[in-house]
Design a protein. Sequence first.
Lengths: 298, 384
Amino acid sequence: MVDKTLELFDCGHRACGGCGAALAARLVMKGAGKDTIVVSATGCMEVFSTPYPETAWKVPWIHSLFENASAVASGIEASLKKQGRTEKVVIMAGDGATFDIGMICISGAFERGHDFTYICYDNEAYMNTGIQRSGATPYDASTTTSPAGSCSFGNKLPKKDMPQIIAAHGAPYVATASIAYPADLMQKVEKAINTKGPCYVQVHAPCCTGWGFEGDQTIAIAKLAIETGLWVNYEMVDGKVVKVKKVVKKPVGEYLTTQKRFRHLFKPKRQDAEIATIQAMADKNFEKYGIEIRLKKE
Amino acid sequence: MLEIVEGSHAVAEAVKLCRPQVVSAYPITPQTHIVEALADMVANCQLDADYITVENELSALSACIGASAAGSRVYSATTSQGLALMFEVCFNAAGMRLPIVMTIANRALGAPLSIWNDQQDSISLRDSGWLQFYAEDNQEATDLHFIAYKVCEDHSVLLPAMVCFDGFILSHVYEPVDMLSQEDVDRYLPPFNPYQRLDAADPISFGMYATPDYYHEFRYEIDNAAKRAKEVIQKAGKEFGTMFGRDYSALVEGYRLDDAETAIVAMGSICGTIKDAIDEMRAEGRKVGLLKIRVFRPFPSEEIAQALSNVKRVAVLDKDISLGAKGAVAIEVRDALYGSVTPVKGYVLGLGGRDVRKKDIKEIVSLVEKGVGDQFFGLRRELL
């Protein structure tokens, strides 16, 4: 059972007000519990939580480099095993560290089957370095390296399907979650922690600074991502989807208009063709995961 | 017990006797025989270690960081491109003060691709905070592993170490090695006692970020630890000598240097060739001696200055080159002799596995006697 009163990610860190990643860390740690060793990849969370000589982590924590968190975790797990210790190993890495620079280390560690839980807090760009695109950046999002311009609508590539890549490694438990659904997130982390072998939970964590919205809108925007089908919460056990979060479908425009990173799709004029492309991506998710709740007509 | 054994197998045997709990490595020529031998020992229950077969060298050393931070004695081995791929991990391991021991089977760096020996790989990591030992022969390569663990894990040091031995020239050569028993090693090297470790019962944060208010002092502390290591090496080397008869207390070692007019300074297996050449030159009445640098980091400046205080000239041999400048050893030896009037000439030689023979050493002595140096030695002019 998740102890919701447990605070292992403490206050006083340097995250922006309304930071989705900070909330993710707090919720993940409630799910993980105190017998946990956390390995952080370089990134926003690492920087805002451990400005020497202060730390927000009330569990043992280590940060080595940007790309090597899974390899460091592999070594920790091997060491604990050899010492007969029972602490759990949790990796906390952003989407850049996960989708891009850490891929080799991730592939090796998941292939070897170490017993750890990999949490990717996904804020869909390199926020620490100033909002550059990553493999997790959604189609048409404007970032500092995929800016919208007179001949560009922003990021030209769709988001990489990282959970499927992890599942293809034979990971016993893979899940997506969102800070908008804390109970679900904590339970998924708990389940991952208690599943033997390498598990993966990808957490949607909106970034007010990078996406361009007010800090009090973080949860609402995370919720809209799910309701529009641009983020799907699901669980995979042994490669098969066993549970999905169903929603009453909303058009993608309701999500896109909340954030400055998509502003160019609406101003100076509405880009119907681009919005239709994004709607088609959401529709595909609704179809693929069967997540639509159809309201009965009176 | 004296055994005729391949250098790599002798090193693997020494590592086994040090009882690492986690071994993490990736194959690369000419390091492979070491990690194959260790895998074999694990497969046959002769070594009780978790052996992580990682996907590249960056991960090999990263896994060592994790395991060391969690409280285990760890080991890795690599060379050349593999070490270059570890570049940022090397700085990281030293910065986190983790006593990792890694063997380097020295090899050239590409391009062009070369699997053969020189010392460019480890020399290029001289600024990383790792202690660096260079072995002349396989006996020394073997013994230096026991000493490296003892020194690194000393709480006044807490730095990683590279034990460097020349790829192929030593790693693949069979020669007699006096191997210690497990009992001997256990008496010399106590179990790993981490200064601090990742532990849920006593949480600490490793590898935080430091603002300009703190970073400068972190680097100062690492530098201090490296300098403190000098004394710890001397002590550990002396203790080894007392217990097993081979004294490694000296960071540099002279050979027929006492009355020498010309001193050759070098590191690694080339020292064996130099000693033979010196014996022949001495028989001809030429007053030549060798100063072997066994420990390159921490750099034994005072010891070098002292050892070379009476010679008339110095020839420094480098199997490396800081391109656009000079050989790294020559630069540092000259720095050690700053203020002295003794001329120091550098010779870059043997790169990418080019053989260095006794006649080459004699030719270099003739060159330095004429004041000619600071050059690539042994160039095939017809190719240029």
